[in-house]
Design a protein around this ligand. Structure first.
Ligand code: FES
Length: 92
């Protein structure tokens, strides 16, 4: 996944290597989260218009930084360390 593909204020879900990720951009800063719901393990999906990640399984919502906005999940999404090489997001 390329860093330039993630527009300011928006997010993309996909894969980096073998990890499912949810990447968002805010204030020019990228955040990379593991895209696995902390409730029961479903993969989350991005709601561009509302600005939060929402799990399609039971409706948990997460802020772009991974913190819980609405349950049933009670734990945040895992934040993944990364760096960028020639515009490509690489997990550390
Ligand atoms: S698995 Fe995501 S809300 Fe239940």
């Amino acid at each position: 996944m390329k860093a330039s593909e993630v527009a300011e204020g928006q997010g993309l879900s996909g894969e980096i290597g073998d990890r499912a990720v949810a990447v968002s951009s805010s204030g020019g800063v990228l955040t990379v989260l593991e895209n696995i719901c902390t409730h029961m393990g479903c993969q989350t999906g991005w709601e561009l218009s509302a600005g939060y990640w929402e799990c399609p399984c039971h409706g948990s919502r997460f802020n772009p930084d991974g913190s819980v906005l609405r349950g049933p999940a009670t734990l945040p999404l895992t934040s993944l360390a990364f760096h960028i090489e020639n515009d490509v997001i690489v997990l550390d």
